[in-house]
Design a protein. Structure first.
Length: 321
């Protein structure tokens, strides 16, 4: 009995030490991005070329629990046997511009989900929003560092790995790190931003999506939270990344790993690690570089991509039909 107790205690202490190492690594990534951001002469919102600055950017993203409309702070208890309209919130936080850190909160009505809502918060929806945020926050950094939670359906899956490998293939970055927080220790900056939104939400009367936009934009005095609507593809667009990546080779035991590294020196190869600074890494080829695939864009997006992103995506063939 005593030996069993010692074994459990040792396992617990090992877990805490691992969690501390992961948290320190997460904080160091933010500090490094902040220092690089102070030296970066480029600004967001301008036509900045990718890989034009020798530095890194750190972004974190997550889905928040749905908010409902209508809502009133005066209502007594939950509304049983009623189904208020659900509105999804997805936040992508750019920690580089501290103290002017900004989180873009994508507001998606139930009717605006891709594929008529059949896939929910799936791969195509999540990656499309991340892609939009990457373009928005680009300041020419050569390295991208991502932190997100362990949700298998949304983040921790092969399609996310294929997506970041694809960014390397496109020549948008020289290095990409994808870091997943370990179970039980997944609180990070996105939760802070969501918490500020929820504080004002619970005090407000909400009848329309415009009310949610108002709440997000007014949730902080320093404009930490900003809103982004879909508005019939005018705000952002959905892409069929899942279909595009069907021919990529899936990796085994993705759920057990927490750190993935991509580099332009080895296209199509991902370095996989379980822990921060772990000695054991596995090199896996995620696709055959001799077969370049079509871009994940439909015919309606092709003119836009050619006009706005052609200089960055010259290797990608975008079909006309």
């Amino acid at each position: 009995m005593h030996e069993k107790k010692l074994a459990v205690t040792e396992k617990y202490l090992t877990h805490l030490n691992r969690a501390k190492q992961e948290r320190d690594y997460y904080n160091n990534n933010i500090k490094r991005a902040v220092e690089d951001g102070k030296c970066n002469p480029n600004t967001t919102g301008s036509q900045i070329l990718f890989k034009s600055f020798e530095g890194s950017i750190h972004i974190a993203y997550d889905w928040v629990q749905n908010v409902q409309i209508s809502y009133s702070p005066q209502q007594i208890g939950s509304i049983f046997f009623k189904s208020p309209r659900k509105v999804h919130l997805f936040g992508v936080c750019n920690t580089e511009n501290f103290p002017h850190t900004e989180q873009t909160n994508y507001i998606i009505d139930k009717a605006e989900m891709p594929d008529d809502g059949k896939q929910g918060k799936g791969v195509n929806c999540t990656l499309s929003l991340v892609w939009h945020a990457i373009l928005k926050y680009n300041r020419g950094e050569k390295k991208l560092v991502i932190t997100c939670d362990n949700c298998v359906g949304q983040n921790k899956n092969n399609y996310s790995l294929f997506f970041y490998s694809w960014l390397i293939d496109c020549g948008l970055y020289e290095e990409i790190e994808l870091n997943f927080m370990i179970p039980g220790h997944t609180k990070f900056i996105c939760d802070s931003c969501f918490g500020l939104i929820k504080v004002l939400y619970r005090k407000s009367k909400v009848n329309t999506i415009d009310d949610i936009v108002f709440i997000i934009n007014r949730s902080t005095t320093v404009h930490l939270n900003t809103s982004q609507r879909y508005i019939n593809r005018k705000g952002f667009q959905y892409y069929n990344f899942k279909n595009y990546f069907q021919r990529y080779k899936k990796l085994l035991n993705v759920q057990k790993q927490h750190h993935f590294y991509f580099t332009s020196r080895y296209p199509g190869v991902v370095v996989v690690g379980l822990d921060v600074g772990g000695a054991s890494t596995t090199h896996l080829r995620v696709y055959d570089p001799s077969q370049y695939l079509y871009g994940p864009y439909g015919a309606q997006e092709s003119p836009y991509i050619r006009h706005n992103l052609g200089q960055h995506l010259e290797q990608i063939y975008i079909p006309n039909n």
